[in-house]
Design a protein around this ligand. Sequence first.
Ligand code: C2E
Ligand code: CA
Ligand code: CA
Length: 572
Amino acid sequence: MMAPERERDLPEKAGDLTDQGERMYRLICDTSENAFLYYSFQSRTYVTLGRWRRFFPFDICREEDWVKLEMTVDEPYVEPLRHVLFPEREGKKNARVECMLRSKKIWLEFSATVFCDEKGEPVDKVIRVTDRTRYRQQDEELTYMAFYDSLTGLYNRNYFVRLLGEFVRNAKEHQERISVLVVDIDDFHKVNDGLGIIVGDELVQQFGAVLKEFASEKVIVCHLNSDVYCMAIYEPYGEETEEVIYQKIKERIRHPFTLSGGQELTITVSVGVAQYPHAASSALELINCAEIVMMKSKSSGKNAIQYFDAPMLREFLQNVQIENKLKEAVFHQNFSLHYQPQFYTVSKRLRGMEALIRWQDRDHHMISPALFIPIAEKNGSIIPIGNWVMEQSIKQYHIWKEKYALPIILSINISAIQYMKEEFVEVLLGLLEKYRVNPSEIELEITESVLIEDFEKVAEKLRVLREHGIRVSLDDFGTGFSSLSYLKRLPIDTLKIDKSFIDTVLTDAATRVITETIINMARTLGFETVAEGVEQEQQYKYLYAVGCNVIQGYYLGRPQTAQQIEELLKRA
Ligand code: C2E
Ligand code: CA
Ligand code: CA
């Protein structure tokens, strides 16, 4: 193929003007990257020029040699090439085709130009041959990139959306169904952070290969981004339903992935499912819905499949809205504090007050902390919010102490996220010093969620707080995974019995048994008990009778402004 260029193609002598002209043309041709075939219709002569021998091991000298040229190209290109080599037969002056050689490694472009005389009779023909191999490869790469994700070899997001769009059009026409699954590797960030992104990529690749096994005419699979994949099943039934596929994925990932560093890694996945036409009627909406469901499935414990329903979408949209407004509120510190008094059950004397955050959004709607605190915990803004609450309430408490010198306790709700921060204790002690507040007058309310992460570490931190004299209260007791047995090992001062117990304590005998057990147990362990959400006199009387120490609730006092609390302090 790469035969040396032959000297004999050059003219022997470079004398007169025509010889010089010919020599010039030849040199130009020979320094070009292309090969040329010249044909004279009158003399029926052929000349090959330029890089001819680079592409073909033969010359074209006579009519029968044309066929040699046709023989070099791969089967499907033989016929098209024939048309290009003889455009004059179809009354054309130009023709062009790209062919792959039989070797399958080289792409050549053949382009023919026929020159005619005044009468329109063909006189000369030039066929130019150009190597297109490099461009073809680039083309293929670009085509690949347009449809596939280079890491996993699965379809990319754009192409998947197009294919899903076709699914949707079909399903509309034939009134059929589609299931869209968004599959996400649980705790992937831990792999990326702990083992590096190269290992992370490997995992993404290997899990992608697992999902690829499900691809069929009815099932399309794509890599959406990072550790998120999407599958669409057309008319799911039999072996190809989302449930069956999910079970098979689970079965497959029970075995660990072996990564190149030799690490073995077992993963779980969360899956969100949205169906056409139930959830949405366009490809993008279906993917969005499935993504929302997947996130929901993550927030409710991971390693599960969850299905789309309308209330879920509403809740999600509401949360997104709140999250956007919350950013603004944090920036402008658009919050205020209410304080709910707590009273000793026996004496009805004021024990202290719990600081409760209030947020009125820019449209003057009050948004409940029960709604926005979990969102703030997710996006991290609980840290500035929590710091603001601590500073404001401690400052207010200092003002009250200066004015009234009463033995009261300020309770502050602390989110698990705040509590986990390294600098938390330091920030708090700094504030107490700044406002000259005695640590023993501050009570931190924490929920059981802080205990889930690492019981021993949390218990140790509680001990540190208490060594500084700060009181610790376990909030919402009875709602979480609360077990009475771990109470023994917890360094706390106060137990807050959740409102849900108080709600039914008068009507439900079982609740009474539990409530009394909690109170007795707490007394044995030396904890103070606070009942939350006491709304009625009857509830108060009952709690008095069973020995609950402190009462908090609408019955004796609603959450109120600092100004209203002052009235209470004046009278105390
Ligand atoms: P929580 O800590 O259990 O606070 C008690 C909630 O019960 C308050 O709701 C209070 O207004 C309400 N409540 C008190 N007594 C009664 C009653 O007799 N009947 C009824 N129906 N409700 C009563 P709120 O203020 O809406 O707070 C909701 C939750 O938001 C709080 O529950 C707490 O978990 C969280 N939160 C409030 N402020 C803060 C804060 O500053 N920081 C953090 N991290 N969380 C906060
Ligand atoms: Ca509380
Ligand atoms: Ca509570």
